[in-house]
Design a binder for this molecule. Structure first.
Ligand code: ADP
Ligand code: MG
Length: 242
């Protein structure tokens, strides 16, 4: 395996301003007097490197900062401190319920995302490949995504992610809501992509899957990186959280 570093996250800190005192209007603001905003740290001093062809598992409880880390790596969120360097292209990040336009139909979402990521120009069979992998019927794909069950959304999201010929595949928990048959099919496909030498960032609540897919992993807790290293070891630490 080549040792070329494709993703480097160096001492990254991300915070958000939060209004958690219920100040929602100018009148509230005047009567409240103080600033209603507090700064909340979401990621604190995170460093991790991923080499070309490696698969990194990202584990942690809900709210520990996994999706924020993926968004920071993808350049959607700018860190307040630290540096992210990426040498490669991404597939769209389609987490559960994020990344798909609810008002658009399945087909419209496919067309939009393929156009955004330039896949349609390179692969004219992309729409057909997505339809086939998702096993969603023509009728379903003509419906707005807001009418889909969570399993149908997962099928569409995952199939679109796979259709992209990008260097880095990002999977953010999309497998969690698929049925078992579809999950198994997706894992097989991820495994194949891994063996083709692509780089994978894999967020999952199933340590067994992370151990199977990823050579290394990190464990986040309240935005801190509490373990990193060999995926089997990190998965064991994750299991001990519960
Ligand atoms: N845009 C945002 N503004 C304010 N807080 C956010 C935003 N996005 C995420 N958060 C907060 O950041 C924390 C980590 O969220 P997230 O990265 O989605 O965690 P995970 O993917 O591990 O479940 C949560 O407490 C969440 O409420
Ligand atoms: Mg998340």
């Amino acid at each position: 395996m080549s040792k070329e570093t494709i993703i480097s996250v160096d001492k990254v800190h991300v915070s958000f301003w939060q209004n958690n005192v219920g100040v929602h209007s100018i009148k509230d603001l005047i009567t409240y007097r103080k600033s209603p905003f507090t700064n909340k740290t979401i990621l604190n001093n995170i460093s991790v490197e991923v080499n070309k062809g490696e698969s990194l598992g990202i584990l942690g409880r809900n709210g520990s900062g996994k999706s924020t880390l993926l968004r920071t790596i993808a350049g959607i969120i700018k860190p307040d401190e630290g540096k992210v360097t990426v040498k490669g292209t991404f597939a769209p990040i389609l987490a559960i319920g994020a990344g798909l336009e609810q008002e658009l139909t399945g087909y419209e979402n496919i067309t939009l995302l393929l156009a955004l990521y330039g896949t349609a120009r390179k692969n004219t069979n992309a729409v057909e490949n997505i339809r086939e992998f998702s096993e969603l019927s023509d009728e379903v794909l003509r419906m707005p995504v807001k009418q889909y069950s969570s399993g149908m959304v997962a099928r569409l999201a995952f199939s679109i992610s796979l259709a992209n010929e990008s260097d880095i595949l990002i999977i953010d928990e999309v497998l969690a809501v698929g049925d078992q048959g579809f999950q198994a099919k997706c894992l097989e496909k991820i495994y194949k992509i891994k063996n083709e030498g692509k780089t994978i960032l894999f967020v999952s609540h199933f340590p067994d899957d992370v151990a199977k897919i990823c050579n290394k992993a990190i464990l986040l807790e309240h935005g801190e990186l509490i373990h990193s290293g060999n995926s089997l070891d990190v998965c064991n630490h994750y299991r001990q959280l519960f």
